[in-house]
Design a protein around this ligand. Sequence first.
Ligand SMILES: Cc1cc2nc3c(=O)[nH]c(=O)nc-3n(C[C@H](O)[C@H](O)[C@H](O)COP(=O)(O)OP(=O)(O)OC[C@H]3O[C@@H](n4cnc5c(N)ncnc54)[C@H](O)[C@@H]3O)c2cc1C
Length: 259
Amino acid sequence: MKKIAFVVNSYYCLIIVTNSYNYALRLIVCFEKMEEMNMKIIKPRIIIFNMELAQEKICNIEKYGRICYKSGSKINIEGANTFVRKLIANGHESVIEHEKATIQIITDRGVSHEIVRHRIASYSQESTRYCNYANEKFGNEITVVEPFFYKLDSDLYSIWKNSCKNAEEQYINLLKSSSPQEARSVLPNSLKTEIIVTFNFREWRHFFRLRCSKKAHPQMRQISIPLLLEFRKRLPVLFEDIEYDKEFNANDYAEIEIL
Ligand SMILES: Cc1cc2nc3c(=O)[nH]c(=O)nc-3n(C[C@H](O)[C@H](O)[C@H](O)COP(=O)(O)OP(=O)(O)OC[C@H]3O[C@@H](n4cnc5c(N)ncnc54)[C@H](O)[C@@H]3O)c2cc1C
């Protein structure tokens, strides 16, 4: 049996091709009118501010670390990468705390809640208390992040989508006589959020170790693994030794934008 699902003019169309010998039963076509609602569905995204991962940061770490040994005269001789690699190999990681990276992550509220459990950090996050998604500037709709593990034509995807639509409808209803900070009570975990995350490099190493592992939530790995790969590419000396779940499908990685 083969199923094909698609949406045309607000109609959810499902075509089922069966193995039946009865020609009348071979092709079953179902149409279901979808409720007219706006809700935007997006994929997660990461924004890297270019200078945040500059090689200059490794040179600074070398400069600060050499104070310990009063070996500033060796700068440019041994090379910053060699020096910082030795610091990490010796477990002298407090020195790399002097430099940090700030990243913008567009994800859902479920993943962002896990991110903010990391305490050696600074955050600025889109507020569901102050943002009123019924306003024009949000397109009078909520935005949700697609859970990539529910395939587009599956029943599970329809259940997820209808639940979010229902939450949106009730949110808009509540806003008729209550404030955004009250109406947000019905918003889903899948609600899109934007968060600016600042960690020092020691904390980034700790974050990647925990969040790129197979044990981390799939939507967290969707963000943490491509982010780690970008950190490894730009600052290999700081991140080349961090392991990640290599079986995670690269097609599901969040897109990275460099600003
Ligand atoms: C796979 C996975 C499953 C999880 N499941 C759950 C769950 O079911 N329930 C739940 O509540 N949480 C869960 N968490 C969150 C987890 O318990 C941590 O809160 C989160 O990972 C932050 O990590 P952290 O505490 O090591 O470090 P951070 O807050 O990032 O701090 C970094 C390091 O600084 C030190 N540090 C920070 N604060 C203190 C302090 N107050 N005292 C002493 N040392 C400190 C520690 O060495 C710590 O490792 C899970 C995390 C993962 C990765």
